[in-house]
Design a protein around this ligand. Structure first.
Ligand code: ADP
Ligand code: MG
Length: 240
């Protein structure tokens, strides 16, 4: 039980009469960095949103840390999600953006201050705390967005293409920071991208998706060196 971070059992999703996720089974080990990769429209975001509880599961079950959460409210699942669009509050300072979610939960002020300071230190955004989002670069904004997830101290972090709005150079440096974050925090992280390089460099486990199904999952090395089929080989760029 404790060795399972997130477990998906025969998970299906339909929009109207159209099924887009076709019975996905996945065991995501506790503390692993797992990357969902696959072409646009294959169902990466839908899977992540179902884990987050932002999208209802049509059929099947999802468990987080051994607890069945299929009908549990998103705020009670022990997860925090970071989106592609930073969705920061433009009229609030960085400090208030970081604190906002905890204030809403009526967390004690001393605890809020402590967690905000810790997140700021981890992300090296201490000099930016009194600025507003409009006064930040794209990379700095994305750090604040990640900071908002960190202060909630989730069991599981969910990232949906968090770097895709950044330029190439910044993407690389943020990727390094996210890897460091995983080493420091040790949480389970599920990271969605359509970028093979990002997947290969970040993942402990890669899950290759196509048309709402898992084509293959395994270590980057296994998926690269021993792809199960031509689709995986082609997508990952294996020399096959
Ligand atoms: P990805 O994130 O891999 O690009 P998505 O999970 O966004 O893919 O989408 C998977 C499939 O589900 C696509 O065919 C998409 O058009 C469809 N889809 C996603 N969200 C909705 C929705 N709210 N209503 C109808 N179809 C949707
Ligand atoms: Mg998506």
């Amino acid at each position: 039980m404790s060795d399972s971070g997130v477990q998906l059992t025969e998970v299906r999703k339909s929009f109207g009469s159209m099924e887009v996720i076709h019975g996905v089974n996945l065991t995501i080990p506790d503390g692993a960095f797992v990357v969902f990769v696959g072409p646009s429209g294959c169902g990466k975001s839908t899977l992540l949103r179902m884990i987050a509880g932002l999208e209802e599961v049509t059929d099947g079950e999802i468990a987080i840390k051994g607890r069945e959460v299929t009908d549990v409210d998103p705020s009670q699942r022990g997860i925090a999600m970071v989106f592609q669009s930073y969705a920061l509050y433009p009229h609030m300072t960085v400090r208030d953006n970081l604190a906002f979610g905890l204030k809403m939960q009526r967390t004690e002020k001393a605890v809020i201050d402590e967690r905000v300071a810790a997140a700021a230190a981890i992300l090296k955004i201490e000099p930016l705390m009194d600025r507003r989002p409009g006064q930040l670069s794209g990379g700095q904004r994305q750090r604040v967005a990640i900071g908002r997830a960190i202060v909630r101290q989730p069991e599981v972090f969910l990232f949906d293409e968090p770097l895709s709005n950044l330029d190439a150079e910044l993407r690389v440096s943020m990727r390094v920071e996210i890897a460091r974050l995983h080493r420091e925090l040790g949480n389970t992280m599920i990271y969605v991208t359509h970028d093979q390089t990002e997947a290969m460099t970040l993942a402990d486990v890669i899950v290759v998706l196509r048309d709402g199904r898992v084509e293959q999952s395994g270590s980057p090395r296994t998926v690269y060196e021993d792809p199960d089929n031509a689709f995986v080989a082609g997508f990952i760029g294996s020399p096959r």
